[in-house]
Each structure stands twice: as structure tokens, then as C-alpha cells.
Design a protein. Structure first.
Length: 138
């Protein structure tokens, strides 16, 4: 939230975020996937929202329960790790470190929060914000 508000209302934060984003994109394999035109940027909001909803429902809402049902002898930590690794694999198009490792770690954190909060709604919002922030530096 800090970056969203800062980007919109602070020139200093906006410039720093844009500079960092540009440096990161130069090394990134996902640059071609990010929005460029104003029309694409508007559509990115919907992509961010639908990704937040569908991925959370699939990987947290469904996968955790499905794996627990299919493998009742596994500990919850093994189920969390298995679900998170699959989530990370789905993001390997972003590269190994950023795509697989980062999203696997984020998925573990999201799984723990899902189990602790017993609600998927905050995770959908957080996932949307992560995806939405990806376009701020453009």
C-alpha cells in the first residue's frame, strides 16, 4: 500500500520506484508480458484481479484441501510445501530466482496465512496488490 500511495502522490517515491523498476526490467525475462500502452495498463488491472482470485482459489482454496484429502498421512507442512512448489512451478516463466523461488516462498507465507486466518479474501487482495504493483513503474 505504501508504494501505491507513494507512487501516486510523491514525486520522490515515484521516481525512485520507476528507476528501480526500469533496472529490474532490464534484467527480467517477463518484460514482454508487462503492459506498455495505456489500454494495456487499464486491462492489467483486470488481469491482476482475475489472477488474484483464480490463483488463490486454486492453490490455497483447493490444492491444500485436495492434497490433505489425497495424502492424509502427510503433515500440514509437507502439504504446504507441495502446494507452494507447484505454485512456484507455474511462475517459472518469470525466471528461476524471481519466478520459482520468490513465488514459492510467497506461496508458503500465503498458505500459512490462509490456514491461520481461515479466509481466502485477504490473500486475494494481497495477490491482486502484488500483481498490480508490478505495473506501477511503467
Amino acid at each position: 500500500m505504501y508504494y501505491i500511495v507513494g507512487f501516486k502522490f510523491s514525486d520522490k517515491i515515484g521516481k525512485e520506484l520507476s528507476k528501480k523498476k526500469k533496472e529490474e526490467l532490464e534484467k527480467s525475462v517477463i518484460e514482454p508480458l508487462l503492459p506498455i500502452t495505456e489500454k494495456e495498463k487499464k486491462r492489467w488491472n483486470y488481469v491482476s484481479l482475475t489472477a488474484g482470485i483464480t490463483e488463490e482459489v486454486i492453490y490455497r482454496g483447493f490444492a491444500l484441501f485436495a492434497f490433505a484429502y489425497l495424502f492424509p498421512n502427510l503433515s500440514i507442512w509437507a502439504i504446504i510445501l507441495f502446494s507452494s512448489l507447484i505454485f512456484g512451478l507455474a511462475h517459472t516463466y518469470q525466471g528461476f530466482v524471481k519466478g520459482f523461488i520468490r513465488t514459492t516462498i510467497l506461496a508458503i507465507i500465503f498458505c500459512i496465512n490462509f490456514i491461520g486466518m481461515d479466509s481466502i479474501i485477504p490473500l486475494i487482495v494481497l495477490h491482486f496488490l502484488v500483481d498490480y504493483i508490478a505495473k506501477l513503474g511503467d
